[in-house]
Design a protein around this ligand. Structure first.
Ligand code: T46
Length: 148
């Protein structure tokens, strides 16, 4: 999947003196039905998450609180996204290596996934991903940096 398929998606924001409300409908705001929700929280300072790609699973990452950076790599091109608003999400298609870093204190990353958890869906080895993504040899140095 090309990095150009990755994108920031905006969701409705109902502003209200009682507080704001945002909703996300699978099959409407997203092109897939949501089969799994998980979230990452209590991340210690300096920690990184990710360092893998999925064969089939599509995901939407949302900073529900605080902020963090998501570095995406399709085996050829790398791009960093900063997430810090809960009415925006980052769509990550299958076959995209992801590396999450620079978590602010108290940040929460919620993920809406297109498939249930299956370890067989992961590329956790860079070499395996680069071969599958038909990456040029020069991509290895970028990938090594994103492996953590
Ligand atoms: C991703 C980033 C943002 C489960 O049992 N069920 C699940 O749904 C998930 C996501 C994980 N796990 C288990 C598998 C491992 O034993 O939880 C453990 C930690 O998983 P992992 O090392 O993959 O966590 P992250 O934060 O590095 O990556 C996760 C997702 O795996 C990945 O798809 O995009 O969050």
């Amino acid at each position: 999947m090309a990095l150009s398929d990755c994108r920031i998606v905006g969701f409705p924001k109902i502003e209200d003196p009682r507080g704001n409300l945002t909703f996300i409908e699978g099959g409407n705001h997203l092109d897939y039905d949501i089969k799994r929700v998980y979230y990452i929280y209590d991340v210690p300072g300096g920690a990184a998450r990710g360092g893998h790609a999925h064969r089939e699973t599509q995901e939407l990452l949302v900073a529900m609180s605080g902020s963090f950076d998501v570095v995406l790599f399709d085996g050829n091109v790398e791009q960093k996204f900063h997430l810090n608003r809960s009415h925006y999400g980052l769509y990550v298609p299958a076959m995209t290596w992801r590396h999450l870093e620079n978590f602010s204190s108290g940040s929460v990353c919620m993920v809406l996934a297109s498939l249930p958890y299956d370890e067989a869906d992961y590329y956790r080895e860079l070499d395996e991903f680069l071969v599958a993504a038909k990456a040029p040899a020069a991509s290895q140095s970028v990938a090594n940096r994103l492996a953590a």
